[in-house]
Design a protein around this ligand. Structure first.
Ligand code: PMP
Length: 436
């Protein structure tokens, strides 16, 4: 019997059902630049889910650098870094990044996802092992899947578990790959302990600085600098799509490691290079980060204000110690409802439900930028207070009232329980390993 491979697409209804219930939080269209306020679905909303930590994505100098690069190099390099797609700007920005993170050399991939795929799959050979934290980013996991060696996952930030697993494999080559800052929880990896374990068991360390570059450390150099352990990190990965106001992914390390990675990474060689405008934006953003501390200072002021604000309202902000502040909500449905109510109130944030987080621990992931003003942040806190009380997440609610007319109109095509379980099945395909 033949089965049409499209039949699963026809049967995939979950997203439509969430849309019909008025609770669909994904793929909303932004009609303005990535500032602290954006126009989404025709209405201005305060954003608290952006990774534009330093606010540089709409910085005048960064935009000007991009414009100039288009004038000089055009809009595309029309080929791979390997062949015709490397311009002098790629080399310049690689050198700048390498010296920023204290490494000999760096290579720039077209995205952070490509960088993790390329570096991990080339470094972890057939008889090697790669150790990952259970909450590492999906691109790290995808890189491990592509690698010939075996992936071993340890419990989140659990150093005893990591030690136990490392001990079992005295004779294999080992790489430990960790997020510097965990992208949903906002906590920091235990780099000091990881360094000790790596040195004891002969493992190399790779840190993904996606959410820490420009954010952590006295001069914004990331997790290594934060712990004064920059020289102990063997491979630094960073994406340019967050603090660096562009797109692209760096791998930095010793000269011979980068030479090897760039000659063997399929995700570098078999895709077109980063366009000139984006490379120039990274260069300008790095230059600003190198000489301007004020943005980082403001980012941390905003972070502290929001953390204090949420906690004094009675919200649970988990283990976060960074500008990523998750708000624990509980069930998946509640997270969707809370997202929708906040959206209607003019706040744009992201719900994160199981299995991306453990069952019953759905969160609203919030994150802050240097460009948020006190007024923006007070507005966000006011709205969270109103909605949080209404949903019974913090004390003082009047559960019977609905917050907005629009929400009141939402029609549930099927029961909340059915919807939650259908959503879970759908998202399981995206996070297949997170059966926690
Ligand atoms: N690593 C982490 C920790 C991330 O959060 C992300 C993106 N969210 C990536 C890698 C992938 O980066 P990019 O968006 O540049 O592909």
């Amino acid at each position: 019997m033949q089965t049409d491979i499209f039949s699963k697409c026809v049967k995939f209804n979950t997203a439509h059902e969430i849309m019909a219930a008025g609770l669909y939080p994904y793929f909303h269209q932004t009609e303005s630049s990535q500032g602290p306020e954006v126009i989404v679905d025709g209405k201005s909303r305060v954003v608290c889910c952006s990774n534009n930590y330093l606010g540089l994505a709409s910085n005048t100098r960064v935009k000007e650098a991009s414009r100039k690069a288009i004038e000089k190099y055009g809009t595309s390099c029309t080929g791979s870094r390997f062949l015709n797609g490397t311009i002098d700007l790629h080399k310049k920005v690689e050198q700048r990044f390498a010296s920023f993170v204290g490494k000999e050399s760096a290579v720039l991939f077209t995205t952070g996802h490509h960088a993790n795929l390329g570096a991990i799959s080339t470094l972890v050979g057939k008889n090697d092992l790669v150790f990952t934290d259970k909450l590492d980013h999906a691109s790290i996991i995808d890189g491990c899947h592509l690698a010939m060696g075996e992936m071993i996952r340890y419990r989140h930030n659990d150093m005893d578990d990591l030690k136990r697993l490392l001990e079992r494999h005295p004779d294999s080559g080992k790489l430990i790959v960790i997020d510097g800052v965990f992208s949903m929880e906002g906590d920091i990896c235990n780099l000091p302990e990881i360094v000790k374990l790596a040195r004891t068991f002969g493992a190399r360390i790779m840190v993904d600085e996606a959410h820490s570059l420009g954010v952590l450390g006295e001069t914004g150099r990331g997790t290594g600098e934060h712990f004064d352990l920059q020289h102990e990190v063997d491979v630094v990965m960073a994406t340019a799509s967050k603090s660096l106001a562009s797109i692209g992914g760096f791998i930095a390390s010793r000269e011979e490691v980068i030479h090897y990675v760039k000659h063997l990474s399929r995700s570098l060689i078999f895709t077109a290079s980063l366009p000139p405008a984006n490379v120039a934006a990274i260069d300008a953003a790095l230059e600003i980060i190198e000489c301007d501390k004020t943005l980082r200072k403001r980012l941390w002021y905003n972070t502290q204000k929001m953390k204090d604000g949420f906690q004094s309202l009675g919200f649970n902000t988990g283990a976060s110690v960074t500008p990523i502040i998750p708000i624990t909500v509980g069930g998946d449905m509640k997270a969707f409802q809370m997202w929708r109510m906040l959206f209607d109130e003019g706040v744009f944030c992201s719900p994160v439900v199981s299995p991306a987080v453990p069952e019953g621990h759905a969160i609203i992931r919030t994150s802050y930028m240097a460009s948020h003003t006190d007024e923006h942040l007070d507005f966000v806190l006011d709205k969270f207070e109103k909605v949080g009380k209404h949903l019974g997440i913090i004390p003082g609610g009047t559960r019977r009232q609905r917050t907005t007319t629009e929400f009141r109109k939402a029609r549930f095509a099927f029961s909340k329980e059915q919807m939650a379980s259908a959503t879970k099945n759908w998202l399981k395909n995206l996070w297949p390993l997170n059966g926690r």
